[in-house]
Design a protein around this ligand. Structure first.
Ligand code: K7E
Ligand code: CUA
Length: 658
């Protein structure tokens, strides 16, 4: 075997060969001379740190080789991806390619499997290569994260993606054909029967043209129930259905749990039905939408809806079974209750008995009592109906109470000691309050302007407490300036003691993360490798997998199939010659089985880069439409002879082929 085959050890040799900065390597290998040690006190002085800083550092510093206790899955915002971040180190561990091509993972750069997943995200045949990712939600069993899947929504194009946590790869994207944006999503019910996606800005269902003057009568909201097939780990589009909603602007949503399992709660704003029209002399949408003192919390009895769908009470719109608004109103599927002024967050308490709603323009968090809602519905104690015939419950009749929070309460998460933590946007603080006495006990300033908030398993039936993360919209002066577009800022808060303590600022440099979730690391069981020849998109041995010694090139008319393997430090075959106009099918199997022995396959001029993790099989199809000579090489530094892991792809001109 090649003596330089593994560069990992000794580190100094590997680094020298890899050509990376020697200073980094030396610090790993050279033991600090005792005499060279500086005292902590001197270090503090030199770096201008106080004891608080040192405490924060000691609580978060994580030595190389030691893993983290938790993992955050954060939305990558308009970066269109998902971020995996360790806690307490706040080290970024992976950016998972989701809606947006990502070359390192070969996501959207040749891999046939990735291409098919991304094609699922086409809207009406249009490629949409960015997304506005808002809410990641982990799959749940009995209301607890089970560590198997992660779902995220794309607000801008109304799509939902399924990420498989066995290999941290996106395996499915579905595009909602009915709505023009989503926001309440991707939430799951406690057993992940459904991934719930609710619309934001109303449109005619299916998005066809209807004059905006007919907004009230023809524009609609929607709650989509994507059926999740747990066996296959995929959304079953055929088994999915939706409930038509009034054209209020539905906002955040949460699924009931425990006692409230079977229900979905959705906030709304703009019950005024404002549609803007500044040039036409109307107030801007935002002021038109903020006139009413109350908007409506939507309560959906989805188990009842499911029965009506099964009984065929739906209409089909663009291939989706939709339970009409009138049916939903008459059959008790949809009920409304007032909620104060332009609410935002909607969060069900861990025991499922309360629904906490933050009012952006109100100073309170309102807690609804699920049992009161249920009783009022059962006894038909309605205050009236809205213009669409949807029954409205009495506000006073259904709330547990209101907590005086401060200016601009948004989202709420929970700990294991009966406390709730609400993000307060305008005041830019985290408000910790006791659910027993509905009183704020502490406010912690965060920087700047917190949006979402997240706690360790803090939206499950059994929150862990300990960690809270403030997800701040701005960073202003928190980091060195990188120009006018600055990163958002995650702040890690130690919530284990009686007082919250801010520990760490983490800039997020790829977009605006909205929500995130934090799962205990021991619930995640990602694989280290694929069995040789496995296609990650099917989890099966690929029919075109290549065994060592069986590498070959086969021609079938104008189709050329290249059966290729990759192993340190060569591709076999390493010369491929085809004729101009041939359709080339690369079938590449990595024969590696060692940890982290990854190769990449890139081809000059063809926009191709595929990641070949140990054992993985990838298929790549393209037309050789440019005669010429094109180097192909490995893009992952895999061995001392990585640079030699290369070959030639030659395309003979049509004239020469004759
Ligand atoms: Cu940014 Cu959840 Cu989309 Cu609130 S949402 S902040
Ligand atoms: Cu294989 Cu570098």
């Amino acid at each position: 075997m090649d003596p330089f085959a593994r560069i990992a050890r000794p580190a100094t040799l590997g680094c020298a060969l890899a050509g990376v900065a020697l200073t980094g390597c030396q610090s790993e290998t050279a033991a600090p001379a005792a005499s060279g040690r500086v005292s902590v006190r001197d270090l503090m002085k030199e770096r201008g740190l106080d004891e608080n800083d040192v405490e924060a550092a000691l609580k978060t510093y994580t030595r190389g080789g030691k893993g983290d206790d938790y993992m955050i899955f954060a939305s990558g915002g308009h970066g269109g991806q998902v971020l995996a971040i360790g806690v307490p180190s706040m080290r970024m561990l992976k950016v998972i390619g989701v809606f947006t091509p990502e070359p390192w993972q070969g996501w959207g750069y040749g891999s046939q499997g990735a291409k098919e997943v991304l094609a699922g995200g086409r809207q009406e045949g249009r490629d949409i290569t960015w997304a506005d990712v808002h809410h990641p939600n982990l799959s749940e069993t009995e209301g607890d994260y089970d560590g198997k899947y992660l779902f995220v929504n794309d607000k801008s194009s109304a799509r939902v993606a399924v990420i498989d946590l066995s290999d941290f790869m996106t395996k499915q994207i579905v595009a909602n054909p009915l709505i023009g944006s989503d926001h309440g999503g991707a939430f799951v019910d406690p057993n992940t029967n459904y991934i719930i996606e609710t619309s934001q800005y109303p449109t005619p269902l299916g998005r066809d043209y209807v004059p905006i003057s007919e907004y009230a009568t023809k524009y609609r909201g929607l709650a989509m129930f994507w059926k999740f097939d747990k066996q296959k780990g995929r959304i079953d589009e055929k088994g999915s259905w939706a409930v038509e909603l009034p054209p209020y602007t539905q906002d955040l949503a949460d699924a009931g749990k425990k006692v409230s399992d079977g229900y979905v709660f959705i906030n709304s704003f703009n019950t005024e039905l404002a549609t803007g029209g500044i040039l036409e002399g109307n107030p801007p949408l935002e002021s038109g939408a903020s006139k009413n003192d109350m908007d409506y919390l939507h309560i959906i009895d989805w188990k009842k809806a499911e029965q009506l769908v099964a009984a065929g009470k739906t209409v089909e719109i663009k291939g989706v079974r939709v339970l009409p608004l009138q049916t939903a109103a008459e059959e008790g599927v949809l009920t409304l209750v007032g909620e104060p002024k332009s609410p935002h967050g909607c969060d069900v308490t861990p025991d499922g008995t309360g629904i906490v709603v933050g009012g952006k323009l109100d100073t309170h968090a309102t807690v609804y009592e699920f049992s009161k809602i249920k009783d009022a519905i059962a006894q038909k104690r309605f205050e009236g109906k809205d213009a669409y015939g949807v029954p409205i419950l009495g506000f006073k009749d259904t709330i547990r109470g209101q907590v005086e929070i401060g200016l601009g309460p948004l989202h709420t998460v929970f700990d294991d000691k009966g406390f709730a933590y609400t993000s307060v946007f305008i005041e830019t603080v985290v408000a910790k309050w006791s659910m027993a006495d509905m009183k704020v006990v502490e406010k912690l300033p965060v920087h700047y302007n917190i949006g979402h908030i997240m706690a360790a398993e803090g939206d499950t039936v059994s929150p862990d407490g300990k960690w809270v993360v403030a997800m701040n919209k701005m960073s202003v002066d928190r980091f060195s300036n990188v120009g006018p577009l600055k990163p958002q800022n995650f702040q890690l808060i130690d919530a284990s003691g009686p007082k919250m303590k801010l520990l760490y600022d983490m800039p997020i440099a790829i977009g605006e993360p909205h929500y995130s979730q934090m799962i205990a690391m021991d619930k995640l069981k990602p694989i280290y490798k694929y069995d040789v020849g496995v296609n990650p998109f099917t989890h099966q041995p690929d029919p075109h997998r290549v065994e060592a010694g069986k590498e070959r090139i086969e021609r079938n008319g104008r189709d050329v199939h290249v059966y290729m393997t990759a192993i340190r430090s060569h591709f076999t075959p390493d010369r491929v010659e085809v004729n101009e106009g041939d359709t080339v099918h690369l079938h590449i199997t990595s024969l590696e089985q060692a940890d982290d022995q990854v190769h990449g396959f890139s081809l000059n001029m063809h926009n191709i880069n595929v990641s070949l993790e140990p054992g993985k099989h990838e298929n790549v199809t393209f037309v050789a439409d440019r005669p010429g000579v094109f180097p192909m090489y490995c893009t992952e530094f895999c061995s001392a002879l990585h640079l030699e892991m290369a070959g030639y792809f030659l395309v003979k001109p049509a004239s020469a082929a004759l």
